[in-house]
Design a protein around this ligand. Structure first.
Ligand code: ZN
Length: 471
């Protein structure tokens, strides 16, 4: 008998027993009796997703155990999907050989005494364990979900007790003798790469969390990778992203997400891609063809400020004479941080007539920037390398200034240029051996993200061909 035949027979038997033959009738009857269960209307799309997730669930199961055998060794990837899977129970090597642990997960609101009581272990035995200050310290701070393991002998007496003293240490106690013997085991963690994809429903943050990204990883995607190309205020439902993320796993559980190695973002009919790559020991994100995503200069070296004076000829606000204004002014409160507009070497930190407290940065290729009237300096000294966005000082009104503002100058080969309109030099693309290494590293990653998106969204796209105007 096939599985479907089997199911049909079971359903028939069920209906026969109830004396109901018509399915719709049964549905209505159930709805009358249990209205709460029918509050959620399952649309065609829900069902599609449910069946899709079931397919992906099966796929995940085939990939995760010994997943490396399923994939090329170069790309140790597995699929991470927004699924609620039961936690895996993994037996540590050597465990189980003649020893039988009862593993208990601490529930919310449960005390240590409560757990021991439930296991039938007398309070005196618990206090024997707590006599050791190191044990006490770890055990009084137990969080819900923490694992405790009890080894009971045939009389129900506690022979062994196991708990996690720290994120890296697991302690095994032997209570059989006069004295408690302690064995400390290192809790090994492994790093895996995961591919994750999601479609934005109402918020990028929610979609990211659902896809298993940590808040920090979401911030990296929006701030470090795509902020130069995408205005995240304009992100629409239906926009999609994929990411290849490092994950830390311990004893079969994911305990954290780390660096984003690659990400794609599709919005407004365009797909943006960013890959992490280390150039000269410094990590940056690049496009698929090896161009930095980061612009060489940020247009405004100060957040949320009002442009109070433009570049060009103007009457000087303090001196009252017509003078060339060689930069732009941004009005902002005293103490507002000022950032380095680009990666640079610090050329000057100090006081100059008119400018007050001033910092000059040398960005190479003939480009320098100047920041004046600072109330105080950031932690910068002459000759130091600073990265774009580093706080180099704070807004003030030192020198010739009527109020707190940043006076900002942009020079190319010694000539003052308007920072608002000057063509910024493109950042250096990867070249030669760097480019070759980058291409070799990123090609399999990109292929994996693309196949993941196809897998996840193929059904959805077929279901709504008219709505998908973005193509
Ligand atoms: Zn000025």
């Amino acid at each position: 008998m096939s599985l479907t035949d089997h199911g049909r027979v079971r359903k028939q038997q069920f209906h026969d027993r109830l004396g109901i033959l018509h399915h719709r009738h049964l549905h209505r009857k159930l709805k009358e009796r249990f209205p709460a269960a029918f509050n959620t209307r399952w649309t065609r799309r829900h069902w599609l997703h449910a069946s899709l997730f079931a397919t992906l669930g099966a796929l995940l199961a085939t990939i995760v155990p010994g997943f490396s055998s399923q994939l090329q060794p170069a790309a140790q990837l597995h699929a991470t999907l927004p699924l609620q899977l039961p936690p895996l129970t993994v037996r540590a090597p050597g465990e189980g050989a003649g020893r039988l642990w009862d593993v208990v997960q601490v529930e919310r609101g449960q005390t240590l005494g409560g757990v021991f009581d439930r296991m039938g272990v007398p309070a005196a035995t618990m206090h024997r364990i707590l006599d050791n200050p190191a044990n006490r310290e770890a055990l009084v701070r137990l969080r819900p979900g923490a694992e405790l393991a009890f080894e009971l002998d045939e009389h129900g007496d506690l022979r062994g007790f196991r708990f996690d003293r720290s994120p890296t240490q697991r302690v095994e106690l032997d209570l059989r003798g006069e004295k408690i013997h302690e064995k400390v085991l290192e809790r090994a963690t492994t790093t895996r790469l995961a591919v994750t994809s999601a479609e934005i429903d109402h918020s990028l943050y929610a979609a990211g969390r659902k896809a298993g990204l940590s808040p920090a990883a979401i911030a990296v995607m929006t701030d470090d990778i795509f902020k130069y190309d995408i205005d995240f205020k304009d992100v629409q439902p239906g926009d999609r992203f994929s990411a290849v993320v490092e994950e830390t796993w311990r004893e079969g559980e994911r305990i954290g997400t780390g660096r984003i190695l690659a990400a794609t973002f599709s919005t407004d009919g365009k797909t943006y891609t960013g890959f992490r790559f280390e150039r000269n020991g410094k990590a940056e994100y690049f496009t698929a063809d090896g161009r930095p995503l980061k612009k060489s200069f940020i247009r405004m070296p100060i957040p949320y400020a009002r442009l109070s004076s433009k570049f060009g000829a103007r009457r000087h606000p303090v001196l009252g004479k017509m003078r060339m204004h060689k930069g732009v002014d941004y009005a902002a409160g005293t103490g507002t941080p000022i950032m380095a507009a680009g990666d640079a070497r610090v050329q000057f930190v100090g006081t100059q007539r008119g400018y007050g407290n001033v910092v000059i940065l040398d960005h190479g290729r003939g480009h320098t920037t100047l920041y004046a009237h600072m109330s105080r300096f950031g932690k910068v000294r002459k000759g130091q390398q600073v990265a774009q966005g580093t706080v180099i000082g704070y807004v003030g009104s030192t020198g010739l200034a009527t109020g707190p503002h940043l006076h900002y100058e942009f020079r190319v080969n010694g000539v003052h240029r308007n920072p608002l309109s000057v063509t910024m030099p493109p950042p250096e693309p990867l070249k030669g051996a760097d480019l070759a290494a980058f291409k070799a590293a990123t090609a399999p990653t990109l292929a994996r993200m693309e196949s993941m998106e196809q897998l996840m969204f193929a059904h959805a796209d077929q279901a709504k061909p008219k709505k998908n105007k973005r193509g």
